[in-house]
Ligand binder design. Sequence first.
Ligand code: SF4
Ligand code: SF4
Length: 136
Amino acid sequence: MKLPSGYRYPQGGFKGRHVLEMEKCTGCSICQYICHNITGAIGMVPVEGTFPRNRKGIFPQVDYGLCVFCGFCVDACSFNALYMSQEYELSTYNRLQLIYEPRLLATPPSASGHSHFIVTKNDAYHQEKSGTSSRT
Ligand code: SF4
Ligand code: SF4
């Protein structure tokens, strides 16, 4: 399975977890405003540091326990600071680990866009082209 490249309007693509390009983000909060009436998955939170384009130093944080991956926040960002990656295996046993704070959102996606679904006699799992795998 080859997943299409990350989603950013109008290019289309796969809607996995978001990637935040912090150097482009102005902290305008439009993504939060758009999400507010969908799921309320985005909160704006402060990040320590100096950001020339973002003097308030606030950035989006996404709660994947709420997000429905509609992509409207990406569409609404006028500064191309958000896109959605091919990274889709986000499940965890800890609810708090579904909350991605800005610096975590800013980390490059681990998924390559190439994924194989491996089925054995006792198991089934996805395997990235790079060789990393995740059990289902
Ligand atoms: S990600 Fe885009 S819409 Fe959201 S605060 Fe940053 S610049 Fe604004
Ligand atoms: S993809 Fe949709 S639900 Fe998820 S954070 Fe963006 S606007 Fe909210």
